[in-house]
Write a protein of this length. Structure first.
Lengths: 183, 122
C-alpha cells in the first residue's frame, strides 16, 4: 500500500500470481466439444447476442493442442468416452473442464447403460453447469465463475498448498441435498 | 540536424517482437510443469487412437509399380516437350515436324499400354 502511493500515477503494482491469473483467465481458448443439444446453446453463446468474444473466447480451437478449456456440451455415450479422454489428454496444461448441461454433469435424463453418468467419470471437471440446456447466460455465468477460479489460482508451492486446502474445504462442505433438507 | 535512420523504429519493433516470442518460449520451458502422458505425444486423430507409423511406410499394393513405370515414361516425354514449348518460335516448322514424330512414337507406347489393360486399376 505504502509503495503504490509514492509511485507516480499510472504505475500499478501486482503480483506474479495476479498477473498470470489475469492473463490466463482472459485468454481462455475453448476446444470444440459440442456433442448434442447443449452445443446449440454453446453456439448461441458464441454468436452475436450473447457474445463470448468479449471474454476472449470467440476462437473455438479445433485442435486440442491449442485449447485450454474443454466445454463438454452434451451427453457422452460409452462409445465416446475414450475419445473424450484422448482429447482431454492431448490438451496441454493448464487446462480446465466445464461440464455443460445435465447430461455432462450427471447423465441427465438418460439414466441408462449407454450414457456415461456424469463426465467426471472420465475427466476431472472444474465447473458443473446444470440445465437442459443451460441458457447462454448460464454458460457465461459458468465461464465467469471459472475465470474467478483461474484468477485465484496460485503458482508453485503455494499452489500445492492451495490444492490441499481446497480439498479439505470440499470434504467439510455440506452436501447440497443436506443443506436443502436442513439436516 | 542529426537525423537517425527512418527505419530504426521498425528494427526496434522487430527486435521487440522477436524478444517477446523468445521470452515466451523460454519462460514456459523453465516454469512450465512437465506432465507427460502418452496421448499428449501421440498424433492427433480426432480422439481415436492414431494409426501407428509403419516401417518403410507400411505395406502397399504392388499394382503401384505399373503407375510408377508409366509415370517415368511419360515424365521423360514431358521433359522433352518443355524445351520445345519454350523455344517454339525459333524452331519453326522443322521443330514441329520433329516433335510430332517424337510424340507419335510415344503415342505408340501409350496405345500399347491402353489396349493391354495397363490403365485398368482393378
Amino acid at each position: 500500500m505504502g509503495l503504490e502511493e509514492k509511485l507516480p500515477s499510472g504505475v500499478l503494482l501486482t503480483t506474479v500470481e495476479g498477473l498470470a491469473g489475469y492473463a490466463r483467465k482472459n485468454s481462455l481458448w475453448p476446444a470444440t466439444f459440442g456433442l448434442a443439444c447443449c452445443a446449440i446453446e454453446m453456439m448461441a453463446t458464441g454468436a452475436g447476442r450473447y457474445d463470448i468474444a468479449r471474454f476472449g473466447m470467440e476462437v473455438f480451437r479445433a485442435s486440442p493442442r491449442q485449447a485450454d478449456l474443454m466445454i463438454v456440451a452434451g451427453r457422452v455415450s460409452q462409445k465416446m468416452a475414450p475419445v473424450l479422454r484422448q482429447i482431454y489428454d492431448q490438451m496441454p496444461e493448464p487446462k480446465w473442464v466445464i461440464a455443460m448441461g445435465a447430461c455432462a454433469s450427471s447423465g441427465g435424463m438418460f439414466n441408462n447403460y449407454a450414457i456415461v453418468q456424469g463426465v467426471d467419470h472420465v475427466v476431472p471437471v472444474d465447473i458443473y453447469l446444470p440445465g437442459c440446456p443451460p441458457r447462454p447466460e448460464m454458460l457465461l455465468d459458468a465461464l465467469m465463475k471459472l475465470q474467478e477460479q483461474i484468477g485465484d489460482t496460485k503458482l508453485g508451492a503455494n499452489r500445492k498448498r492451495q490444492i490441499v486446502e481446497l480439498e479439505q474445504a470440499a470434504l467439510l462442505a455440506t452436501p447440497v441435498t443436506a443443506a436443502r433438507v436442513q439436516i | 540536424m542529426g537525423q537517425g535512420n527512418v527505419y530504426l523504429p521498425i528494427l526496434f519493433l522487430g527486435l521487440l517482437a522477436f524478444g517477446f516470442a523468445a521470452f515466451s518460449v523460454t519462460i514456459t520451458s523453465v516454469t512450465g510443469p512437465k506432465r507427460y502422458n502418452r496421448a499428449k505425444v501421440d498424433a492427433y486423430e480426432c480422439g481415436i487412437q492414431p494409426a501407428q507409423v509403419q516401417l518403410g511406410g507400411g505395406r502397399f499394393p504392388v499394382k503401384y509399380y505399373i503407375t510408377a513405370m508409366l509415370f517415368i515414361i511419360f515424365s521423360i516425354e514431358i521433359v522433352f516437350l518443355y524445351p520445345w514449348a519454350v523455344s517454339f518460335d525459333m524452331l519453326g516448322l522443322f521443330g514441329l515436324i520433329e516433335m510430332i514424330i517424337f510424340v507419335l512414337t510415344v503415342f505408340v507406347a501409350y496405345i500399347f499400354v491402353w489396349r493391354r489393360g495397363g490403365l485398368e486399376w482393378d
